[in-house]
Structure formats: C-alpha cells, structure tokens
Ligand binder design. Sequence first.
Ligand code: NAP
Length: 251
Amino acid sequence: MKNALGVVDSVVVLGGRSEIGRAIARRLVRDGASRVVLAVRGGAAADAAVELGELGATVTVVDFDALDVDSHERLVRSIFASLGDVDVVVSAVGELGDQARYEREPAAAAASVRTNLVGHVSTGLAVAACLRAQGHGTLVVLSSVAGIRTRRSNFVYGCAKAGLDGFALGLADALHGTGATVMAVRPGYVHTAMSAHVPPAPMSVTVEDVADAVADGLRRGAVVVWVPQRLAGVFAVLRLLPRSVWRRMPT
Ligand SMILES: NC(=O)c1ccc[n+]([C@@H]2O[C@H](COP(=O)([O-])OP(=O)(O)OC[C@H]3O[C@@H](n4cnc5c(N)ncnc54)[C@H](OP(=O)(O)O)[C@@H]3O)[C@@H](O)[C@H]2O)c1
C-alpha cells in the first residue's frame, strides 16, 4: 500500500520484459517501491529482475501468456494474493507487427489483435476486480496515439489500440468511486526495439520520458496521460483532418 506520502510500494508489470514497462518499474522503484512482480512470457526475465534488484526491490518473476486468456483471472488473483496488496499494475504487452503482412495474412492480423487488445481485456477486468476489493490501486494501460485516429500505414495495430484505449476509459468509469483507478497512457513514438524499424515520428520520446509521465500521472490521479503532453493538442487537430488528407499521412 502507498505510504503516508503517497509513495507506491508494490508494482506488477504484465509483459515485464517490455522496455517501457521496465522503465516505469525502475522509476517507481527509484521513487520508493520495494516489491515488483514481472509477469513474462516463458517465466524468465533475468536482466529486468537483476536491474530492479540492484535498485533495492524484491522481484518475483511469474509466467504469463497474454494469449492464454483462460489463465488470466487465476494468475492475477495469485499475484495479488502473493503481494497481499498492489498499488500499480502496468499492462505493457504489445507488438507492432507488420501491416503489409497482416493484409496478406488475415489470421496473423487477428492474432496481433488478440495480443494487443484481447489479452488486456481479460487481465484488465481481473485486475479491476482485485483493485476494487482492495479499495485502492491503479491499472496503467499502455495505449498509443496510434489508436486515437487509425492510420492507413498501421491500422491493424491502430484498431487494437483504439479498442484498448476505449476499454481503459470505460473501465476507469466503471471503477469511479471505488478507490481503484485506471490510467490510459498515450505515447507517440517511443525509441525502443519495437519501433526501431519505423522512422522516428516528430515529438518522439524515450522510455524514461514515458516513465516520468506515468509517475507524474500517478501522483496527479490522471485518467489520460499523453507522452509528450503536447500530443493532446496535436491530435485534437489531426482528428479533424479530412480523410483524403489523413490517408496520405506517413507512418
Ligand atoms: N515503442 C513505441 O513506440 C510505443 C508507442 C506507443 C505505445 N507503445 C506500447 O507500449 C507497450 C510496451 O511497448 P515497448 O515499446 O516496451 O515494446 P516491447 O519492449 O517489445 O514490449 C512488449 C512486450 O510485450 C510482450 N508480449 C508480447 N506478446 C506477449 C504474449 N503473448 N504474452 C506475454 N507477453 C507478450 C513482449 O514479450 P517478450 O519479451 O516475450 O517478447 C514484450 O516484452 C506496448 O503495448 C506498445 O504497444 C509502444
């Protein structure tokens, strides 16, 4: 549970090898968090566990497959039971994928939507039930500007992020008044391995920028966090562009 100064103590990262998820965990541990659970595919995250351990956290790694939706409720309950109390859960799973391949292979496109959206729904609802029972805690959902207005160049990824963003905001409304909260994080281009093959977009940020914005959003009790913040204004305008212009937008 957060201490008297509002410092987060316990953190869970679903997709715990995610570069952004790891940066958020590092930031929260530097700020005082002492216990971290990394839920990862295959159940091994030695590098992440060591770096968080060196910062002073007690780290547990558990096996988690975002595609195995039937296992999520049980897994989330067992993580909450093992920690006793959870302040922050970061839902960090994602894959950018290859739009051209998705247009050739519809089944691969559907599989990516299962990763980028469906798994977040089953874990998110399970986390929400546990947070509601506690009466406090925040689910941080890594959405993306890609879902704010889907682009021709990556609309399969974008449609999953649009669904995920809507899910996060709806869940935030569902939890209103319970003490539990949801924060949707909308980064633009973040410099990570996931995005390395895509030319950096204007206003690109680092994983540390995202972590700083999340830490600040947690302090403020924000429901939506844009990274960088000025993308909120940019997208207010971009959403109004005529479709004939929008469809020619580069990646
Ligand atoms: N990078 C950007 O520009 C950017 C911008 C906006 C939003 N985001 C979002 O931020 C989140 C984190 O992205 P990132 O940049 O940190 O990318 P990342 O390092 O590639 O992290 C994504 C993580 O998702 C995990 N994952 C994928 N499928 C999984 C599955 N079936 N079960 C369990 N884990 C699975 C991966 O696990 P493995 O380690 O096993 O591969 C990986 O650790 C994603 O949701 C992404 O869409 C990223």
